[in-house]
Each structure stands twice: as structure tokens, then as C-alpha cells.
Design a binder for this molecule. Structure first.
Ligand SMILES: [Zn+2]
Length: 450
């Protein structure tokens, strides 16, 4: 249970995978309620669900209706969903789904939010030709979506928007830049109309262009940015992190930010007063091969050592207690025997018999047997997988073996925010509570009281 953390940004809960649908096929029962409950169980009760296309932004709002005061949302068009601005894109943008590069991609198969990593096997999308009339209509529709968003107060930020040059197979860089600039202009226009929103931003392998787009819209120090912004799933360099923090932006850290030694050094450099934490589920889980995992191993080993020391101390205390009891019984018996002997001698009965009193004294109890150490066997990694060193809080099963109450292997869930907080604390050398409290305070500072 995390103390001090109540909110996480960046969870793609509108992804059908949380309803048991994988690539268009229902693989197991809808377990969204269980997913949210597990998040509550670790103390994270407020979830800012990412909207990254018209469809997912609307789906997120529906979740806010289903889970009032737990689910809050963002609304925007992800760079990987920005092909809708192009002339060659024929499906209506309202119907479009995330991460689809072109109209020929199978709708059902591509309905998921785009995975967080680059895919070098896929060719880049053609350089896009933005259709300006279409773009104006998309912006008008997005404005309407934002202005009519219900339930009230559920929509807390605009985005996900930004640039992603790691995944140019979904949409060309030039179209991405157009989509980002158009949405930033909408942000200013809404602010001028008395509806200032904070921003949920995405920046991948595009730092210079990303910062330039923000400065072009909001001024060299982002002085007209209405309510601040978070750059989520941060994977840039220390210098880039510092530039963004100096511009007053916040940085979101998830499993993708914890993969390498360099990533972890960047996280160390993120100031606590600029930090937010997220899972970005169903993507970006922390894996045993990631650098960040080592911090979970350290924490697990420390916990195990503490449990062992506690057990040893308890064993020693029980032994001492047993020995004291035994000594007291011996003393009592000796005293009783002496008294009996004296009484018999006084009565002139001659030599006392040796049976009787002694035989009737019950044997002292044996010290309690110690249970065999159970978890400890995982420590000796003879044939044991490295990952078993880190305990799972909830049972994890393959989707084919889905069961109520269990997490699905490979589907990252909001409850794993616990691991992010633990790793960030380890990297920064502060307590998990420090991380949680800072992230929570920063989240509320930008997105408002949830
Ligand atoms: Zn993102």
C-alpha cells in the first residue's frame, strides 16, 4: 500500500485490452472493475485516463461516467494518430482509432493504443500531405468534444498531443508537427475563451522540434501556456530534462523511463518538485531485463533480510522464554522435593521414596519447532528465474488462463504504479513516501484537485 499517492497520470484504461479484448478478439471476461480495484488496493484511487484520438477520448469520458471521482480524462490527438489530418486518409476522424497508419489497416486489429516502443521493422509513413480543410474540421470537432465533455469536471487536461519520431510508421513527422501546432493553437484559443487547460504531452526522439512548437505558440519562456503541462513517459537526456524543467514543465516517469542505466541517471536528475509518476498501462511495464528492475530486487532482498532477522529474533526470544520456564520448573520441583523430604523425616518415615513426586511432575514442554523458511528458497537462484526474487503483489496468469482477481501477464495495470514509485525512490535515494507525496502534489498542482 502506497502512502501519500492517490493519483496517477497516463493510464490508457480506454484500451479494449482492459475489457478482455486483444486484437479484436474477446480472450477473457471484461475485468476492468478488477483492474481498478487492484489500483485502489495499492492506494492509487484517482486515475487520469489518456485520450489519444476522438474515439479513445470519448471512451475515456464514458469510463469517467462509469467510475465517477475515480476516473478523470484527457482529450487530444496523439502524434501516432495524426494521419487523420492527411488528404489520403479516408475514414472519418471521429471513427478513427489509435495508432493506425492508413485506411487499409484492419480496424479491429489496430484498435489498441500504440505500444510505447519504436518498431524498426516497419517502414516510415509517406511524407504526409495535410488537408487544411480537413484539419480545420478536425479542430472544430475537437473543440466541440472538449467544450461539451461530460460528466462535468471529468476532463482535466488536453492531450495526449506532441511528436514521436521513433514511430514514424504511424504518421510522418511533417503531419505530426501540423497536428501538434494545430492543437496548441486550440489550447490558446480555449484559454482566451476562459477555458484554460493544462496539457498532457508526448515527446519521443524529437526534443528540439517539440520545444520549438511550444515556444512558437506560448512564447520563449512559455509565458502564455495557460496552466502548465507534463511531458509524460519521459525518455530524453539529462540536458533535455533540465531544459523542460527550466521551462516550468513537469516530467512523467513510467517503465519506459527506467529501461537503461542512462534512463535511470536521467530520473535521478529529475527534481522531486517536477516529477509525476505513471504506468502508461497496458504498455511500458518494468521487466527483469530493465535497469530499474534492480531497485525492486534490492528492496525485495532487504525486505527478506528484515523478515529473516525478525524471525531469528523471535526464535531467540522463544528459546530464552522456554529456558527460563524450564529453570523455574526445576527450581520449583527441587523446592517441593526438599519440603516433602523434610516432612517425611519429621514424621519419622525413614528414607523417602524416589518415585511419586518426581514421576508425577509433567515434562516441561519442548521448545516450539521452527517452520522451515519458505520464501528464502527463491534467494538461491539455482535454476530460479531472476524475476521470482521480486514478489508479485497479485497473482499473474496468462490471458488464456485468465481467472478472477489475477493480473494478465504482459498487460501492464495501474496497480504497478507501486513499482514505479519504489524504483524512483531507489534511484533518487529518498523514501517511497517522498516520491509519492511529491508526485501527488505536482499532479494536483497541474491538473487541479481531483
Ligand atoms: Zn505517450
Amino acid at each position: 500500500m502506497l502512502t501519500g499517492l492517490h493519483t496517477q497520470i497516463g493510464i490508457n484504461l480506454a484500451d479494449p485490452i482492459f475489457r478482455g479484448r486483444y486484437h479484436g478478439k474477446q480472450r477473457h471476461p471484461d475485468d476492468l472493475v478488477g483492474v481498478i480495484q487492484r489500483s485502489r488496493d495499492v492506494g492509487c484511487t484517482k486515475l487520469i485516463v489518456t485520450g489519444s484520438s476522438f474515439k479513445s477520448s470519448r471512451d475515456a469520458l464514458q469510463l469517467a461516467e462509469l467510475f465517477p471521482s475515480t476516473v478523470f480524462t484527457t482529450a487530444g490527438i496523439h502524434p501516432c494518430s495524426s494521419a487523420i489530418f492527411e488528404a489520403r486518409h479516408t475514414r472519418h476522424h471521429e471513427e478513427d482509432i489509435d495508432g493506425e497508419a492508413d485506411d487499409t489497416a484492419g480496424g479491429e486489429a489496430a484498435e489498441h493504443t500504440p505500444a510505447c516502443g519504436p518498431d524498426p521493422t516497419k517502414p516510415h509513413a509517406e511524407d504526409g500531405h495535410v488537408d487544411l480543410a480537413k484539419s480545420a474540421k478536425i479542430m472544430e470537432d475537437l473543440r466541440t468534444l472538449i467544450e461539451t465533455a461530460a460528466p462535468e469536471n471529468a476532463l482535466v487536461a488536453l492531450g495526449e498531443m506532441g511528436l514521436d519520431y521513433d514511430r514514424l510508421h504511424y504518421c510522418s513527422a511533417s503531419t505530426q508537427r501540423h497536428a501538434f501546432a494545430a492543437q496548441l493553437a486550440l489550447v490558446s484559443s480555449l484559454a482566451d475563451a476562459g477555458k484554460p487547460f493544462p496539457l498532457f504531452l508526448h515527446s519521443r526522439a524529437c526534443h528540439a522540434d517539440f520545444v520549438q512548437a511550444l515556444k512558437d505558440q506560448f512564447g520563449p519562456t512559455l509565458e502564455t501556456l495557460p496552466r502548465g503541462a507534463v511531458v509524460h513517459s519521459f525518455t530524453g537526456t539529462i540536458a533535455e530534462a533540465e531544459e523542460l524543467m527550466d521551462l516550468g514543465l513537469y516530467l512523467g516517469v513510467n517503465g519506459c523511463s527506467l529501461k537503461t542505466v542512462e534512463n535511470c541517471e536521467v530520473v535521478r536528475a529529475i527534481r522531486l518538485d517536477r516529477l509525476m509518476i505513471e504506468t502508461d498501462g497496458p504498455w511500458c511495464e518494468v521487466r527483469p531485463t530493465h535497469e530499474g528492475w534492480k531497485y525492486l530486487v534490492t528492496v525485495a532482498e532487504e525486505a527478506r533480510a528484515r523478515a529473516l532477522a525478525q524471525e531469528e529474533a523471535q526464535k531467540a526470544a522463544e528459546k530464552a522464554e522456554w529456558e527460563a520456564k524450564k529453570a523455574a520448573e526445576r527450581a520449583e520441583r527441587a523446592e517441593r522435593e526438599a519440603a516433602e523430604k523434610a516432612a517425611k523425616e519429621a514424621a519419622g518415615e525413614g528414607e523417602p521414596s524416589t518415585d511419586g513426586a518426581v514421576a508425577s511432575t509433567p515434562r516441561p514442554p519442548r521448545p516450539p519447532r521452527q517452520k522451515k523458511q519458505q520464501n528464502n528458497s527463491n534467494n538461491n537462484n539455482n535454476g530460479k528465474k531472476k524475476e521470482s526474487v521480486v514478489p508479485d503483489r497479485f497473482k499473474v496468469v496468462k490471458k488464456e488462463k485468465w481467472e478472477e482477481g489475477a493480473m494478465v501477464k504482459g498487460r501492464n495495470e495501474p496497480c504497478t504504479i507501486e513499482r514505479i514509485a519504489t524504483i524512483v525512490a531507489g534511484i533518487k535515494g529518498v523514501t517511497v513516501e517522498d516520491v509519492c507525496e511529491a508526485a501527488w502534489a505536482n499532479t494536483e498542482r497541474v491538473f487541479g484537485k481531483l
